[in-house]
Write a protein that binds this ligand. Structure first.
Ligand code: FAD
Length: 318
């Protein structure tokens, strides 16, 4: 068991910024634990630009933005362990993880949880219908195209107007797929206006507000979805149903803070799924802090990094 001043779990924009800040604010032994083979979190699959406008006043791709923080980390004595999955933390601030060399346990004076978020799935929004292939979340679609170079369909409907879905509407169009429309249950867009302008309007992809999917049809592969209008209470308006032929349905229906470790440790969670924190971002368990999308979902990676910087300082001071 090795001792550290601060252990950061997750090397996304929030975790990298938190580790640099903890070090710069006096924590001598700082360790970052990351389950993936590279630092950068979800940004490795975000190859579009628009990152860094707030923090660096320049438009970077996701990997370029992540690289800036990785470089900052390299200029410190912070240690980073990749391919390392944290499986348990305790209120005594012991951190258990699985590495390629077996299980390791570390002890920290402070822990920062920066484990990111998860996407809402079909099951979570209770979409009715059959269970054919061709239904995937926007983040999975992004990973398949941008990292694995796999084109997974031809004719697509997107459900939900969250930012990841909007960005994927453009990306799939550029890959030669036909994006029929984006359906949004609410009367307004849920993502950023700039993403609607740049990713839907520029490619003539219609956004249909107050509409949802009420049926999924197909046996092996998705063949069509049935859409319908909803009223101001979100209830389906009977008689408004219409079918759209498609082989792919991409879900962009929300992100939820990822907090399995916090929950198992007894940390109190808020209704959004993130830990309840005080004004120093400390959770209900002393010495355990939270930053980034695992605390609450941020619109921009820049804001997640800024929060990481703040939380790194509080952790070092503690
Ligand atoms: C699919 C998707 C696409 C997005 N696209 C954009 C975009 O285009 N622009 C934008 O500004 N924002 C985008 N976001 C929002 C984005 O999540 C934030 O902007 C930013 O990446 C949040 O940073 P983070 O460090 O909190 O989380 P993340 O970037 O998600 O990093 C969390 C890290 O924690 C690691 N981790 C989690 N659990 C463990 C564990 N138990 N052990 C070890 N490591 C662990 C993960 O592997 C990951 O590397 C997107 C989000 C998603 C989900």
């Amino acid at each position: 068991m090795a001792d550290y001043d601060v252990i950061v779990i997750g090397a996304g924009p929030a975790g990298l910024a938190a580790a640099v800040s903890a070090y710069e604010n006096g924590a001598k032994r700082v360790l970052v634990l990351e389950r993936n083979s590279h630092p950068g979190g979800i940004l490795k699959q975000c190859i579009h630009d628009g990152f860094g406008l707030v923090n660096f006043m320049v438009s970077l791709t996701g990997p370029e933005y992540a690289m800036r923080y990785t470089e900052m980390l390299r200029n410190t004595k912070v240690e980073i362990m990749l391919n390392t999955m944290v499986t348990r933390i305790t209120p005594e601030r012991e951190v258990s993880c699985v590495t390629r060399d077996g299980v390791k346990i570390f002890k920290a004076k402070a822990i920062i949880l920066s484990t990111g978020c998860r996407e809402r799935t079909r099951g979570m929004i209770e979409l009715p219908g059959t269970r054919p292939a061709g239904i995937l979340t926007a983040g999975v679609a992004q990973k398949l195209i941008n990292i694995q170079n796999i084109r997974f369909g031809n004719k697509v409907v997107i459900l939900g107007s969250g930012d990841v879905g909007l960005i994927m509407a453009r990306r799939m169009t550029l890959e030669g797929m036909e994006v029929t429309c984006v359906l949004e249950k609410l009367p307004q867009l849920t993502g950023l206006l700039r993403n609607k302008n740049q990713c839907l309007d520029d490619y003539d992809i219609p956004l249909r507000l107050c509409q949802t999917v009420v049926d999924i049809q197909g046996t092996d592969r998705l063949e069509r979805i049935v859409a319908a209008n909803v009223d101001e209470n979100g209830c389906v308006i009977s008689g408004s149903e219409y079918a759209i032929d498609c082989d792919t349905l991409v879900l962009s229906v929300g992100l939820i803070p990822e907090n399995e470790l916090a929950k198992a440790c007894g940390i109190k969670l808020a209704d959004n799924g993130g830990p309840i924190v005080n004004d120093r971002f400390e959770t209900s368990v002393e010495g355990i802090f939270s930053a980034g999308n695992s605390l609450h979902v941020h619109d921009l990676a820049d804001y997640a990094s800024q929060e990481g910087t703040t939380v790194g300082r509080f952790a070092a001071e503690s």
